[in-house]
Design a protein around this ligand. Structure first.
Ligand code: C2E
Ligand code: MG
Ligand code: MG
Ligand code: MG
Length: 278
C-alpha cells in the first residue's frame, strides 16, 4: 500500500478513486498481463522555447492500450500501480522505451532530442533507481543528457538524505532534472535550496486562468523569479491559448508545452516536430 510505503499519492486520491480490494486485485492482474503483453505505449508531448518556438524536448506520457477498455489514461492506472508496487516495473519499461525511441530517432537521422520521463516516489523507495536508469542508458548507448527525470515533491520529501545523494549522482552523470507540478506541494521553497535541479515545471493549475486571475499571475511571476535566482529554467505546463503564451513570454518563462502547441502524440506522429540532423 502507498500508505505503508510513505509515498503520498494524494494528487490522485483527489480524483475520487475509491477502489475496493477486489477491484485492486483485478487491476493488479491486468497490469501484470499488460507488462507481459506489451500493452503500454508512450505518447510524447513536444516542448518549445517560448521565444524561438524551437523544439526543446519531449515529455513521455504513458498510455495503456487495454484490450477491452481501449486507450487508458495514466490517472486510471498509475495510482493503482503505485499502490501495488508495479510502478517499479512499469517505470523501468517507460525508461527503457524512452531510451530505445530516442536512440531510434537518432539513428533515423533526426537531431538528438531530450525525452523527459515521470518518476514515482515508489521507484526511489524500492529498488536501485540509479542503477536501473544508468543500466538502461548504457544498454542503449544513449548520452544521459538526452534523458530528463521529472521529480515530484512527494519524491523530494522522502528520506531527504538518500534522495539528495541519488539526485547528486544523476546530476554528475549529466542527466537533466526537473521538478514537476511545481507550486502545488507543501514546501516548494525550502527544498529548492537543497535540490539544485535544472528546471521547474510550473503546474498547469496556475496557467489555466492566467489571463483572468491576477493571483495566478502573481504565483507564476514568483516562480519565474525564484527559478532565475537559482539559475534554473522554467517550463509552463498546459498552455492552451495564445493569450497564456503571450503572458508567459512577457513574464520571461523559458519554455512551454500544452494543447496550444500539441497534444501528446504517438511516436510516429512526433517525427513532424523533429529537425533533421545536419
Ligand atoms: P504530468 O506529468 O503533470 O503531465 C501533464 C499532463 O497534462 C498530461 O496528462 C498531459 O496530457 C496533460 N496536458 C498536456 N497539455 C495540456 C493542456 O494544454 N491542457 C490540459 N488540460 N492538460 C494538458 P496525462 O498524460 O493524462 O498524465 C497525467 C499524469 O500521469 C502526469 O502528469 C504524470 O503525473 C502521470 N504520468 C504519466 N505518465 C507517467 C509515467 O510514465 N510514469 C509515472 N510515474 N507517471 C506518469
Ligand atoms: Mg510530468
Ligand atoms: Mg505536471
Ligand atoms: Mg499535472
Amino acid at each position: 500500500h502507498a500508505k505503508d510505503s510513505g509515498c503520498n499519492t494524494y494528487r490522485f486520491y483527489t480524483d475520487k478513486m475509491n477502489i475496493d480490494a477486489m477491484e485492486r486485485l483485478r487491476m493488479r492482474n491486468s497490469l501484470t498481463v499488460a507488462l507481459r503483453e506489451q500493452e503500454f505505449e508512450l505518447f510524447y508531448q513536444p516542448q518549445f522555447d517560448l521565444i524561438s518556438s524551437q523544439l526543446t524536448g519531449l515529455e513521455a506520457l504513458i498510455r495503456w492500450n487495454h484490450p477491452e477498455n481501449g486507450l487508458m489514461q495514466p490517472s486510471k492506472f498509475i495510482p493503482i500501480a503505485e499502490q501495488t508496487g508495479q510502478i517499479v516495473q512499469i517505470g523501468e519499461w517507460v525508461i527503457h522505451e524512452a531510451c530505445r525511441q530516442a536512440k531510434a530517432w537518432q539513428q533515423q537521422g533526426f537531431q538528438p532530442v531530450r525525452i523527459a520521463v515521470n518518476l514515482s516516489c515508489m521507484q526511489f523507495r524500492r529498488g536501485d533507481i540509479l542503477k536501473m536508469v544508468t543500466d538502461l542508458t548504457d544498454e542503449h548507448e544513449l548520452d544521459p543528457k538526452y534523458i530528463e527525470l521529472e521529480l515530484t515533491e512527494t519524491i523530494l520529501l522522502q528520506d531527504v538524505e538518500h534522495i539528495l545523494e541519488v539526485v547528486e549522482k544523476f546530476k554528475n552523470l549529466r542527466f537533466t532534472l526537473s521538478i514537476d507540478d511545481f507550486g502545488t506541494g507543501y514546501s516548494s521553497l525550502a527544498y529548492l535550496k537543497r535540490f539544485q535541479v535544472d528546471k521547474l515545471k510550473i503546474d498547469q493549475s496556475f496557467i489555466r486562468n492566467l489571463e483572468v486571475d491576477r493571483h495566478d499571475l502573481a504565483i507564476v511571476r514568483s516562480i519565474i523569479q525564484l527559478a532565475s535566482g537559482f539559475e534554473m529554467k522554467t517550463i509552463a505546463e498546459g498552455i492552451e491559448t495564445q493569450g497564456q503564451l503571450d503572458l508567459l513570454r512577457k513574464e520571461g518563462c523559458h519554455e512551454g508545452q500544452g494543447y496550444f502547441y500539441s497534444h501528446p502524440l504517438p511516436a510516429d506522429q512526433i517525427v513532424q516536430y523533429l529537425p533533421a540532423s545536419a
